[in-house]
Write a protein that binds this ligand. Structure first.
Ligand code: AMP
Length: 210
């Protein structure tokens, strides 16, 4: 099963992708996590992406398409995958389509900008494995420590309120048109945020079974 999780920054794509990946036994591919790892390692890719990421702008379609083609060719993607945070522009979606990739469902997480602004201040992420938490909604078992790998959790620089505002503007301009793109292909599944992680994942799983 090939899925895309579409939604604004902070909509809960990463959290829901992790749950779906466990339920469906397929990997999650997050271009944000791949890029953050590249920035941390100081690789050429990381150097190219760093400035865009810090301001909340999008990394070029060319770079993203290269990353995603390489990643989807790996053997763990053979039975399907969940894309988290990609595609983010019509050009990226068209490039995936031209590569012959078809999606069974494109889940669009629907949530207001106001709720996102409130939520983002509590987000914490693991710089090592990319797991994501929230101080109230999804707290780690031990405060400030990643359940999965034991690393110290951090606040993403691009979760600062002003940067979140820019990222939301970029989302509405560049990414939201993808809803129409996938609706016209008959695969869009809009799912309203239900206020808790569990209730939203239950709604997603129910929508996938319809
Ligand atoms: P995310 O973790 O998905 O919010 O991504 C963090 C940042 O990485 C974004 O604000 C962009 O700068 C960059 N990024 C991640 N995925 C993409 C993508 N598909 N297209 C362009 N830029 C991306």
């Amino acid at each position: 099963m090939n899925l895309i999780l579409l939604g604004a920054p902070g909509a809960g794509k990463g959290t829901q992708a992790a749950i779906l990946a466990r339920e469906l036994n397929i990997p999650t591919i997050s271009t944000g996590n791949i890029l953050r790892a590249a920035v941390a390692s100081g690789s050429e890719l990381g150097k190219q992406a760093k400035a865009c990421m810090e301001t909340g702008a999008l990394v070029s379609d060319e770079i993203i398409i290269g990353i995603i083609r390489d990643r989807l060719a790996q053997s763990d993607c053979a039975n399907g995958y969940i894309l988290d945070g990609v595609p983010r522009t019509i050009a990226q979606a068209e490039a995936l389509e031209v590569s012959g990739i078809k999606f069974d469902h494109v889940i669009s997480l629907e949530i207001s900008d106001e709720t996102i602004m409130e939520r983002m201040s509590g987000r914490r992420v693991c710089p090592k494995c990319g797991a994501s938490y929230h101080v109230v909604a999804v707290p780690p078992k031990k405060e400030g420590i990643c359940d999965a790998c034991g690393s110290e959790l951090i606040t993403r620089k691009d979760d600062a309120p002003e940067t979140v505002k820019s990222r939301l503007a970029v989302y509405h301009k560049e990414t939201e048109p993808l809803k129409e793109f996938y609706r016209s292909r008959g695969v869009l599944v809009p799912v309203e945020d239900k206020g808790s992680v569990e209730a939203t994942s239950a709604a997603i799983l129910a929508a996938l079974k319809e």
